[in-house]
Design a protein around this ligand. Structure first.
Ligand code: NAD
Length: 363
């Protein structure tokens, strides 16, 4: 391992405590001296958002959100914040709510607090995303990084088990991709390894008992570490592919990550021995691929949870493969353990299109 690197650590307060979100939010609003708070959540998540905000004065409630943050949705939220002279945004929800707060911060510099209710990890990155005309654009800007993240595993108890698993695998994908992303370094590799260990320990507990707070705590802790390592390492092949599948084909975020992860791991792992060893250790297996396969079996996603395990099940057409390949080749990360070509990328996507089958090492 080379100990020559440049590493960015993002400045952010993180608070984790089951059942303590309302108390932590009050303390943070006071610390920041905010007077006009806008809470962003989905309409469905409003009851939960009201519980989280029970101890603060909320000036504006905003529930006009959509996945992958369409520009018009972002513009409406920014206008509402400006009209109401908002000085702090509080996003309660998954990556869609947090992503909308980020989009408002990007245009207005109003800071945000994130109260995540999934394991997507957007709260710990300075990455924003916006979708326009069927194409998703992302960028990095420190203004979008929430000043504080408040984790409360009780808020995730309502997340259905299948979605908890898919979202947790989205977190695991952050760990995996961080190990070979353009700015991979020993610090984010250490975080990614611990994140993978925590997620691999937490998710099976959630499947066994969705109300298991320790499992939920482990998953949030792992999701945070995963996102920190991802924020520092950058997006690797896996994220480039999922980003196109989500942005251009409208596939659901967490499920797409869960489906693509074993295929990218099988594609890259034989060419990335250090990443392979780190993941194998985190997953307590002889190899990373075997460890991931065992984890998927343990989660039993395709059968008992009825979670999709192929792109076809998400409605992705085989005819879409050339588009994904073309867009992916144009956006490939600066380095990848294995050379990526139109032929081997098409083959990877064809495998991901197939109905579930055991993970195999790609040739
Ligand atoms: P999401 O926020 O859209 O949530 C998925 C579904 O789960 C929604 O229907 C939501 O209402 C529901 N939900 C959320 N929390 C719940 C709870 N506790 N109980 C019951 N239902 C709940 O999806 P996501 O996977 O969290 O985030 C995906 C979005 O985040 C994508 O747009 C993705 O691009 C973005 N993202 C961005 C980054 C980044 O660094 N910028 C990182 C990860 C994800």
């Amino acid at each position: 391992m080379s100990l020559h690197f440049t590493h960015d650590t993002l400045a952010q307060r993180v608070m984790l405590g089951a059942g303590r979100a309302a108390e932590h939010l009050r303390a943070e609003v006071e610390r920041l001296g905010a007077r006009r708070v806008m809470v962003i959540s989905s309409a469905r998540g409003l009851v939960q958002a009201r519980e989280v905000a029970a101890e603060i004065d909320v000036h504006t409630w905003h529930t006009d959100i959509a996945m992958h943050v369409p520009v018009e949705v972002a513009e409406r939220a920014r206008a509402v914040a400006a009209t109401n002279d908002i000085d702090l945004l509080v996003a309660v929800g998954g990556g869609s709510a947090i992503g909308l707060a980020k989009a408002v911060s990007l245009r207005s510099a109003v800071p945000s607090i994130a109260v995540p209710t999934t394991y997507a990890g957007s709260e710990a990155t300075n990455v924003w995303g916006l979708t326009e005309g069927g194409r998703k654009t992302t960028g990095t800007d420190d203004r979008v990084l929430p000043v504080t993240v408040i984790y409360d595993s009780r808020l995730t108890l309502t997340l259905p088990v299948a979605l908890s698993v898919a979202s947790g695998l989205n977190g695991l994908a952050h760990c995996v991709d961080s190990l070979w992303a353009p700015r991979a370094d020993p610090l984010n590799a250490a975080l990614a390894g611990e994140g993978a260990r925590a997620l691999a320990a937490g998710l099976p507990r959630i499947v066994q008992d969705p109300s298991d707070i320790t499992g939920r705590d482990l998953a949030l802790y792992g999701a945070y570490l995963a996102a920190v390592s991802f924020a520092s390492a950058g997006a690797g092949l896996h994220h480039k592919l999922c980003h196109i599948l989500g942005g251009t084909f409208g596939l659901p975020h967490a499920q797409t990550h869960a489906i693509i992860l074993p295929h990218v791991l099988a594609f890259n792992a034989p060419h990335a021995p250090a990443a392979e060893r780190r993941l194998a250790a985190a997953l307590e297996a002889d190899s990373a691929v075997a460890g991931l396969e065992r984890l998927y079996e343990l989660l039993d996603a395709p059968r008992s949870l009825d979670a999709p395990r192929s792109l076809a099940e998400l409605g992705f057409p085989a005819a879409g493969i050339p588009t994904v390949v073309e867009q992916a080749l144009a956006a490939l990360p600066a380095r990848n353990p294995r050379e990526v070509t139109a032929a081997n990328l098409s083959a990877l996507l064809r495998r991901a299109l197939e109905p579930p089958r055991p993970v195999e090492r790609s040739p």
